[in-house]
Design a protein around this ligand. Structure first.
Ligand SMILES: C[S@@+](CC[C@H](N)C(=O)[O-])C[C@H]1O[C@@H](n2cnc3c(N)ncnc32)[C@H](O)[C@@H]1O
Length: 200
C-alpha cells in the first residue's frame, strides 16, 4: 500500500476523459455470458458507459462511483455516489459485479475487495479488470495531472500495482474461487480476473 494520501475524486474533467473501451464489453460477455434479468453492480462506473451496455443486455445493472461529477453527468439511470470500501447494499444483493480500472485506485484495497465479495451472492461472479503497469502509477500520470496538476502524484491515483497473482493473494481470506485471469495488450496492457463467489 502507498503511504501517499489518496487521490480526491471530484473532477468533471476526469469524469469526461473516461470513455467506453469496447474491449471491456467483450470481456464482460466472456465472463458473464448471460446477463439478462440478472442483478449486476458496477463499481467505479465513471459516467456509466459500460453500465449502459450492461442494461441494454437486459441486466438490472446499477453503478457506483466515488466521483460526484461522474454521477451528476451520468449517461444512464441507476448511478450513485459511493465508495468501493463502503458499498451501500445488502449482503448477497447481486448476481454479478463488474469493476473496470478501479481496484488499482483503492488505498484500502482489502476493504474494497471484501465489500465487493460481500455484495455478491454465493454462486455469483466478480469480473475485475485492472492495468498491467511495469512501474506503479505509470499509466496514471495523465490522471495525476488532471486531479492534482502534478504528474508526480500518479502513485496517489494508482496506489496498487496488481497482477493476477497478487490479486489472488489479496483474496485468499475471502469466500471466492479464482476462475481465470489473463493479460491483454488491447488498447493498453491490462489484466482481467474472474472469481466465483462461494457460499459462506
Ligand atoms: C480509470 S477510471 C475507470 C472508469 C470506468 N470504469 C472506465 O473504465 O472508463 C476509475 C474510476 O474509479 C473511480 N473511483 C476511484 N476510487 C474509487 C472508490 N474508492 N470508490 C468508487 N469509485 C472509485 C473514479 O472516480 C473513476 O471513475
Amino acid at each position: 500500500m502507498s503511504s501517499d494520501p489518496p487521490a480526491a475524486y471530484d473532477s468533471l474533467t476526469y469524469a469526461k476523459v473516461n470513455r467506453l473501451d469496447p474491449h471491456h464489453l467483450y470481456r464482460v460477455r466472456e465472463a458473464l455470458p448471460d446477463l439478462a434479468g440478472k442483478e449486476v453492480l458496477e463499481v467505479g462506473c465513471g459516467r456509466g458507459h459500460l453500465l449502459h451496455l450492461l442494461q441494454r443486455q437486459g441486466a438490472h445493472a446499477i453503478g457506483v462511483d466515488a466521483n460526484p461529477q461522474a454521477v451528476a453527468n451520468g449517461a444512464v439511470d441507476g448511478m450513485q455516489v459511493a465508495d468501493a470500501g463502503a458499498l451501500p447494499f445488502d449482503d448477497a444483493r447481486f448476481d454479478a459485479l463488474v469493476s473496470v480500472h478501479t481496484i488499482e485506485h483503492l488505498p484500502e484495497l482489502d476493504q474494497g475487495l471484501a465489500e465487493m465479495v460481500r455484495v455478491v451472492r454465493p454462486g455469483g461472479r466478480l469480473l475485475l479488470i485492472y492495468p498491467a503497469e511495469p512501474i506503479m502509477g505509470l499509466w496514471a500520470i495523465p490522471t495525476a495531472v488532471i486531479l492534482h496538476r502534478n504528474p508526480f502524484k500518479a502513485r496517489q491515483v494508482h496506489c496498487q500495482k496488481l497482477t493476477p497473482t497478487r490479486l489472488r493473494a489479496r483474496l485468499t481470506t475471502q469466500p471466492v474461487a479464482h476462475d481465470w485471469s489473463d493479460f491483454s495488450w488491447r488498447g493498453w496492457p491490462q489484466y482481467t480476473s474472474v472469481f466465483d463467489r462461494l457460499g459462506g
